[in-house]
Design a binder for this molecule. Structure first.
Ligand code: PLP
Length: 437
């Protein structure tokens, strides 16, 4: 199979339907699967043979999605789930048990922050937050019950690339895998190439790409030696009573380096039940067919927008991987060699009121809490997603009163700039007369 994402996005994991020769991946809208005979059924339940039993655990449409994303990201296997949040939660729960901890970057998606700071803590998993600018901070925050490190490749609002290789290399000798959320930079950064062991993605965003379907996926890099770290990774080494005492680090070996992702499927997905629907798997596959094309266009248009914003008097700061300084700029150059992605932030000198006026003056760009859509999107966090936080807490997450986040889509750049230009005019302190139309 090709190594090129353009080809993998169209072909990986599927040729034609064995029953009908259908070229498009069929939506296998079924809950269950007929067993050949009693012996076949017991082999499937006993994991002596992998195959379809029930759609909560696996489904042929979802299976193609899993194979395709694993191929694109350079992993050995994947597990699709109902949302990006479910992927983040299960990626951690697959290793960390009550009493254990993980260390995470502070620069996180808000939903992941809540999951880590509140819900996982309530379940007995402590999450220790550290500054991603200092790789050694992950080491200092770890102890013998640290099961994983966690970070986002290109977190917003700061859009500073995480030092993946630098952090992953510190964890590996200790048996601590790095889990990377690659939602904002699929195909642009391949975390496994830099030493990450596990990836999570919200397929809701760039992979689906059309704002139609919530979904998430966990990808196993197949590059982490779980068997070498029995004390560090008890979840993969203690006998599992639900499979007659199977030890996942050993039991999975005949099937390849898939201990982590196999355990996630046959225990966590089985028990927690956050399965993706076959229809959403189908829509996500449709999106992925054009992912390589779209990431190029998102990156191109966003760069045009960032350069345009840098020249506007109303804008006091542009936040884009190309417009960073110092160590952050060096990481952009090291990691974002295939494009800078579709996200752009900026600060309006006029603050909160200017932000509100800007949003209300947009005509084409949608005002929504999403990223990665084919359409351009905008949000003013201080009056929406972050409005419940104090101004100090907003600032500590990188959200100033005049901060606006854009997810730049695939429209013609002239039309994007025209809409932005009108909204910037309207955001100014001094009302300017609108040109007659
Ligand atoms: C949206 C998002 C998530 C959560 O994904 P859902 O599909 O909305 O559950 C996780 N991480 C990042 C970086 C995101 O942007």
């Amino acid at each position: 199979m090709s190594k090129h994402p353009e080809t993998l996005a169209l072909h990986a994991g599927w040729r034609a339907d064995p029953a009908t020769k259908s070229v498009a991946v069929p939506i296998y809208q079924t809950t269950s699967y007929q067993f050949d005979d009693a012996a076949h059924a017991s082999r499937l339940f006993g994991l002596q043979e992998l195959g379809n039993i029930y759609t909560r655990i696996m489904n042929p449409t979802t299976d193609v999605l899993e194979k395709r994303v694993a191929a694109l990201e350079g992993g050995v296997g994947a597990l699709a789930v109902a949302s990006g949040q479910a992927a983040s939660a299960m990626a951690v729960q697959n290793l960390a048990l009550a009493g254990d901890n993980i260390v995470s970057s502070t620069d996180l998606y808000g939903g992941t922050w809540n999951l880590f700071a509140n819900t996982l803590r309530d379940q007995g998993i402590e999450v220790r937050f550290v500054d991603p600018a200092d790789p050694e901070a992950f080491l200092r925050a770890s102890d013998d019950r640290t099961r994983a490190w966690y970070a986002e490749t290109l977190p917003n609002p700061k859009l500073e690339v995480f030092p993946i290789a630098e952090v992953a290399a510190l964890g590996r000798p200790l048996g601590i895998p790095l889990i990377m959320d690659n939602t904002a930079a699929p195909l642009l950064v391949r975390p496994f190439d830099h030493g990450a062991a596990v990836e999570v993605l919200s397929t809701t965003k760039f992979l689906g790409g059309h704002g139609t379907s919530i979904g998430g996926i966990i990808v196993d890099g197949g590059n982490f030696d779980w068997a070498a770290h029995p004390a560090r990774q008890p979840a993969l080494h203690r006998p599992d009573p639900s499979y007659h005492g199977a030890v996942w680090a050993e039991a999975a070996k005949p099937m390849g380096p898939i201990a982590y992702i196999l355990k996630a499927r046959v225990t966590l997905l089985r028990d927690l039940g956050g399965a993706l629907s076959p229809f959403n798997a189908f829509l996500t596959l449709q999106g992925i067919e054009t992912l390589p094309l779209r990431m190029r266009e998102h990156s191109r248009n966003a760069e045009i927008v960032a350069d345009f914003l840098a020249g506007r008097a109303e804008v006091s700061r542009v936040i884009h991987p190309k417009h960073l300084a110092g160590a952050a700029a060096a990481r952009t150059a090291k990691y974002l060699t295939r494009g800078h992605g579709g996200l752009v932030g900026f600060e309006l000198a006029g603050g909160l009121e200017a932000g509100r006026r800007f949003i209300d003056a947009l005509r084409m760009i949608y005002h929504v809490a999403n990223i990665g859509d084919a359409r351009s999107l905008a949000i003013h966090p201080a009056s929406t997603t972050h409005s419940q936080l104090s101004v100090e807490d907003q600032l500590s997450t990188g959200v100033s009163p005049g901060y606006v986040r854009l997810s730049i889509g695939l429209e013609h750049p002239d039309d994007i700039l025209e809409d932005l230009s009108r909204a910037l005019d309207a955001s100014g302190d001094v009302a300017r007369p609108l040109a007659a139309e």
